[in-house]
Ligand binder design. Structure first.
Ligand code: AMP
Length: 229
């Protein structure tokens, strides 16, 4: 039997470091990641039809409808080549409907994929603190993440400028206080049902304590998964 390709579902509240860890795994191991949030933001900044359609949901911190999400994810999966070591899904599935359709897709058409759930464990207080201090590079091909918190290891060298490409740093419109609350509320609204669903379907779960530094989170993660190096 051919070797299964891991499909890691990164699941945790906004600001728990899913995107940062996903990018690091992409860099270090050549894994391929899909961030539905990044993909949607790209559509918005390019002003595509889809971008216009999802503008309100994105800016207010609400979810994009399931049908649109699934369509975009299916298309993305079809575009991937087969020589992938592992996939990371960051920010997807977010609802029970998405999770059901995703497992169905894997069972029926992507049988070489083996799903594992990676839970990012972090308190709401730490999330609120992180997101309200988060700034991102406005250059869409860079998108490096910083913090304006004085004692953060992610403080940019020059205030307001990206260390990597010198573009301006901006605050995401959904990192404003009211929107952070909405996003957290929506996360908690769906989280337990999703955990139960994966458990009922025998999906292996690993838990990453996500309040630690990125270095530490990365070290923990590699001890828990097969990085195939
Ligand atoms: P993120 O970057 O993952 O925090 O996502 C930012 C925003 O994109 C979310 O607040 C939603 O509006 C939208 N979004 C991203 N992924 C999904 C998804 N799987 N289902 C619905 N909406 C999503």
């Amino acid at each position: 039997m051919s070797k299964k390709i891991k499909a890691y579902i990164f699941f945790g509240p906004p600001g728990s470091g899913k995107g940062t860890l996903a990018r690091l795994c992409q860099e270090k191991f050549g894994w391929v990641q899909l961030s539905t949030g990044d993909l949607f933001r790209k559509h918005m900044s390019e002003g595509t039809e889809l971008g216009k359609q999802i503008d309100f949901a994105m800016k207010s911190g609400r979810l994009v409808d399931d049908e649109t999400v699934i369509k975009v994810v299916e298309q993305w999966i079809e575009e991937q080549c087969c020589a992938v070591k592992a996939f990371i899904f960051d920010g997807f599935p977010r609802t029970l409907v998405q999770a059901e359709l995703f497992l169905k897709l894997i069972n029926e058409r992507l049988t070489q994929l083996q799903v594992e759930l990676v839970e990012f464990e972090i308190s709401d207080e730490v999330v609120i603190d992180r997101l309200s201090n988060r700034r991102v590079c406005e250059n869409k091909t860079c998108q490096a993440i910083y913090s304006v918190k004085e004692d953060s290891p992610r403080l940019p060298r020059v205030p307001g400028k990206c260390d990597k490409c010198q573009s301006d740093l901006i605050q995401r419109s959904d990192d404003k206080p009211e929107t952070i609350q909405t996003r957290l509320k929506i996360y908690h609204q769906y989280a337990q049902a999703l955990f139960d669903f994966y458990q009922d379907h025998g999906v292996k779960k690993i838990v990453v304590p996500a309040e630690a530094s990125l270095d530490q989170v990365f070290k923990t993660f590699v001890t828990l998964v097969d990085v195939g190096q």
